[in-house]
Design a protein around this ligand. Structure first.
Ligand SMILES: Cc1cc2nc3c(=O)[nH]c(=O)nc-3n(C[C@H](O)[C@H](O)[C@H](O)COP(=O)(O)O)c2cc1C
Length: 389
């Protein structure tokens, strides 16, 4: 077994072990992938302020997200088709999150259903909700999440339309994968993955198939999104969803201060500053650069979380220092899952935790909740989207 010290180590193993179609699905951004790349590179423009001869004993990364205790303020983001990256992937990831003490968010577009994940975990997880036209489906989705004891709903508002990822079109992405000579030839080389898939019944969109009406091809993400998603979504409709769910509500996909104020007005408990990991509007700003402006607009009235581009504990530290109360990892945990299943997700969390904990100490901070802008050097113009860095 190779020695794994970084999230990038996990990505390399994941790439070797997973069919091309699913690796590409994860490791892509939309169109030119500019925003996908900026999400990562903009983190590296922030620098940490080293302090010395400060008591670095008794450090703690413990915190809360929407009032729930977390071992570190890093949740697993909702990722569609996780159960195609590794057999029963959502269950494996949820179990790893539970054991580590961080929240797990289940995607609407998961392979394992809400009920499957609830059956295999004890800690309440969070349910991500896409906004569909079908009112019955939406009500039932919230009801199912309630029955499964989910402690929060995460409504994603940045995917009324789907940004195009060229590789998914070329690969004919679907779940289960369509059998073409090319896909069979590739899958035949991924023995461990294939054996896992043969050993599970969970190979379809578990929350959709059998629950949504009028779906002509439920295996195709693109077809289904185009048919079922509500392109007319507005804040009034989001208010209706707020009324369907009486638990904690998180609105995901905010990248603009005006939209952050709207989310506050509909009664959300938290927002996630996110550009969907660079998978939607290519050319949009990175999440980390938009965070300060959004903090200025709503930071004292609502909990602000952030995702997109986090690959290390140092990235987490930077987001927290700029004011986020919590962060999420998407690809970083998928790399671990595809590389080594549940153990790999745990590994990704361990790597990030260690980086966060030690870097925090080297900044002279003992408590993760004490991080602030004082711990950073922020380049001039970083928080101004008009400045090219
Ligand atoms: C393969 C993949 C699938 C995703 N599926 C969903 C989804 O079903 N629902 C959702 O709200 N976000 C989805 N996202 C976005 C993530 O929740 C998150 O915003 C993003 O991954 C954060 O960026 P990062 O991967 O750089 O950490 C997906 C992201 C990836 C990489």
């Amino acid at each position: 077994m190779p020695v794994i010290t970084t999230v990038e180590d996990l990505r390399k193993i994941y790439q070797r072990r997973t069919p091309r179609m699913f690796y590409d699905y994860c490791e892509s951004g939309s169109w030119t992938e500019q925003t996908f790349r900026d999400n990562v590179s903009d983190f590296s423009k922030l620098r940490l302020r080293q302090r010395v001869a400060v008591d670095m004993n008794n450090r703690s990364t413990r915190s809360t997200m929407i009032g729930e205790d977390v071992a570190m303020p890093v949740a697993l983001a909702p990722v569609g088709l996780t159960g195609m990256q590794s057999a029963d992937g959502e269950i494996k990831a949820a179990k790893a999150a539970e054991a580590f003490g961080v929240p797990f968010t289940l995607s609407t577009m998961s392979i394992c259903s809400i009920e499957d994940v609830a059956e295999h975990t004890t800690r309440p997880f969070w349910m991500q909700v896409y906004t569909l036209k079908d009112d019955d489906f939406m009500r039932r989705l919230f009801d199912r999440a309630k029955a499964a004891n989910c402690s929060a709903a995460v409504i994603t508002v940045d995917l009324q339309l789907m940004g195009q990822r060229h590789k998914d079109v070329k690969n004919g992405l679907s779940a289960p994968p369509k059998l073409t000579p090319k896909s069979i030839a590739n899958m035949a080389t991924k023995v461990h993955w294939g054996l896992g898939m043969l050993g599970t019944k969970r190979r379809f969109f578990g929350n959709i198939v059998g629950h949504a009406k009028g779906v002509t091809d439920p295996s195709s993400l693109t077809t289904w999104t185009a048919e079922a998603f509500d392109q007319s979504l507005d804040w009034d409709r989001i208010r209706q969803f707020r009324a369907m769910w009486d638990g904690k509500l998180i609105i995901k996909g905010i990248l603009d201060a005006e939209d952050a104020k709207q989310a506050l007005n509909v009664g959300a408990d938290a927002i996630i500053v996110s550009n969907h990991g660079g998978r939607q509007l290519d050319g949009a700003m990175s999440s980390i650069r938009m965070l300060p402006m959004i903090m200025d607009a709503v930071g004292d009235k609502i909990e602000v979380h952030l995702d997109s581009g986090i690959r290390s504990g140092q990235d987490v530290l930077k987001a927290l220092a700029l004011g986020a109360k919590g962060t999420y990892i998407g690809r970083a945990f998928v790399y671990g899952l595809g590389a080594m299943g549940q153990e790999g997700v745990t590994k990704a969390l361990e790597v990030i935790h260690k980086e966060l904990d030690l870097s925090m100490g080297l900044c002279g901070v003992q408590d993760v909740n004490a991080l602030s802008r004082d711990n950073l050097y922020v380049p001039q113009g970083f928080e101004d989207p008009r400045v090219l860095l």
